[in-house]
Ligand binder design. Structure first.
Ligand SMILES: C[S@@+](CC[C@H](N)C(=O)[O-])C[C@H]1O[C@@H](n2cnc3c(N)ncnc32)[C@H](O)[C@@H]1O
Length: 451
């Protein structure tokens, strides 16, 4: 995301009288003064885990410290991404539960729980593992073959199997839930190494890694190059590890959808999260090389892609009439259905409807899984379809109001340039590519309970 903390400006949004809470105690946890921007600072983006949509750790620390959860209370992040919420919670000793549908993000979130000693041990393991070239592991339809020739793919596969502790076992995609944080960390080292090796395929839009059409364009990596990249990446990642041991056992990570949260998930007391942007960023495509490292087949990648919020693939029809989406979402859908731009009433309408239906279901799930006195911080970014503003904050307020939540505090951060500026097609409709990121704090009057 081409914005940095230094260029982000903050404004405090006045809460309209009608939404100001009447119930004493509801405002008990409001934002600390001078709340840091949720956006990852430019300096942090240089770190090994460059996830463009990630929170800044300082922001999460500010919020979790202000909320001051008790020892049995749990924070939930249902769109945990690279796991900033769960990482900081582990550092602060807070019980946390992180959900994400993308196994790559679940692996990264787990890897981010290791401390410095574990990182050093993992580095040592890697040095020993790479001391001698391991026997290549050939897969018939290895997804790594999208970019690598057969030999190179078999080398990477062999390292992946050893890092995940599955060498010699029947061939299957790596089960990230079965990985220890140390194994996840080793896999994350491999993610970084492979991404660097695939640099020739990275397009100007950093979320897109091109797949060559012909076999001739697939690259060959020799063992020496792969080994050097692995050791370099291990050092890079070590710098991100916690300096002191952390409460790993206080954190649970789950691979699942926000539209249907795991049935065994405990009730939460606080939710801190950021939903997928309502832009056509394809989170599955953005992690295609890492999905390939995990051995996730192209077919399974396709299914994942369709199930992520914001999916760019749309079904034949979306039944929006059956869903209560609130007035802001309804009028937005109408505006897009009648927009003059090509495919507005067909593809784009369905794309947005699909996002909104899944978003509404997710917020309902969150509401059902939060205890009656829970509060919630949601970070949302507005976006545009052509010249139409998508007011995700307004949509969120409507949807959460249906489940008894009141907006109790809000802060806006102005982002001068967004990904939309990268897309030449957008320039026909707009010249301003700034966006507003809003931090929204919600609470529920205790007597109302869950819906
Ligand atoms: C804006 S990112 C969250 C970033 C996170 N705050 C961090 O610090 O890295 C949104 C995440 O939602 C995930 N996601 C998309 N659709 C989902 C779904 N249906 N269920 C669960 N997670 C989903 C994406 O994989 C992505 O990691």
């Amino acid at each position: 995301m081409p914005s940095s903390d230094s260029s982000v400006t903050r404004t405090t949004t006045a809460i309209p009288e009608s939404t100001a809470p009447e119930t004493p105690g509801l405002r008990s946890a409001v934002f600390p003064p001078g709340l840091t921007s949720p956006k990852l600072a430019a300096a942090t983006k240089k770190s090994a885990y460059r996830y463009y949509a990630a929170f800044s750790e300082q922001f999460v620390r500010d919020v979790l410290t202000a909320v001051n959860l008790g020892p049995d209370q749990m924070v939930l992040d249902p769109w945990n991404g690279s796991g900033t919420t769960t990482r900081v919670a582990a550092q602060l000793g807070i019980r946390a539960y992180g959900v994400d549908l993308n196994p790559v993000m679940a692996a990264v979130a787990k890897a981010r729980l290791v401390d410095f000693q574990e990182a050093q041990d993992a580095g040592q393991f890697l040095a020993e593992l790479t001391h001698r070239r391991p026997p290549p592991a050939r897969w018939r339809n290895d997804p790594l073959r999208s970019w690598l020739d057969e030999y190179s793919a078999s080398l990477v596969r062999s390292v992946a199997d050893r890092c995940a502790g599955v060498a010699g076992k029947p061939r299957a995609a790596i089960n990230v839930m079965a990985l220890s944080p140390r194994q996840a960390y080793l896999i994350a080292v491999l993610f970084i190494a492979v991404r660097q090796l695939l640099a020739p395929f990275v397009a100007s839009n950093p979320t897109w890694v091109r797949i060559p059409r012909s076999d001739r364009d697939r690259i060959k990596i020799d063992w020496k190059t792969l080994r050097a990249k692995l050791l370099e990446s291990a050092l890079l990642l070590q710098a991100d590890a916690f300096r002191t041991p952390v409460a790993q056992s206080r954190v649970r990570l789950s691979l699942g959808s926000s539209t249907f949260l795991p049935p065994d998930m405990p009730q939460c007391s606080f939710i801190l999260t950021s939903p997928p942007y309502c832009t056509r960023i394809d989170y599955a495509v953005a992690t295609r090389p890492e999905l390939a490292v995990l051995g996730i087949s192209r077919e399974a990648q396709h299914i994942l892609r369709r199930n992520l919020l914001g999916a760019t693939t749309v079904p034949g029809a979306v039944n929006v009439e059956a869903e209560d989406l609130g007035i802001t979402a309804r009028s937005l859908l109408d505006e897009i259905r009648h927009h003059s731009a090509k495919a507005s009433s067909t593809y784009y309408f369905k794309w947005l409807a699909q996002y909104l239906v899944a978003y509404a279901r997710s917020l309902k799930q969150l509401s059902q899984r939060a205890d009656p006195t829970a509060s919630m911080v949601l970070v949302v970014q507005d976006s545009h379809y052509k010249d139409v503003r998508i007011d995700l904050a307004g949509i969120t307020k409507d949807l959460l109001a249906m489940h008894g939540w009141n907006l109790t505090d809000a802060q806006s951060f102005h982002l001068p340039v967004t990904m939309a500026g990268v897309n030449p097609g957008s320039r026909q409709y707009r010249t301003d590519f700034s966006a507003t990121e809003q931090v929204l704090f919600f609470g529920r009057p205790a007597q109302k309970g869950t819906d």
